[in-house]
Unconditional design. Sequence first.
Length: 104
Amino acid sequence: MFTLTTAAADQVLKAAQQGGTEGMSLRLAAFQMQDGAIDYRIGFDEPTEDDIRMSCAGVDIVMTPEQVPLLDQTTMDYVEMEPGQFRFIFLNPKDPHYKPPTEV
């Protein structure tokens, strides 16, 4: 199952409001690179009949059935990477470059 942290959900909802895409679903996509790493894509989109649909922390999420194996067990977070620089990150134990977060 895919999950969003509260910080990620808040930022997704804020972005939808600012971008005029309120009510649209967050579409997730993941692609396995040659080195095994996983590349992630997100954007607002309308669901299709074939999509897998879920809701997490107040955000409607859609993905194609083909995306499920790569995104299962993944958590999307919104974190400050450096002072004042925030971005979405994906914590996925299936990614060979995954390192579990540590407390700071």
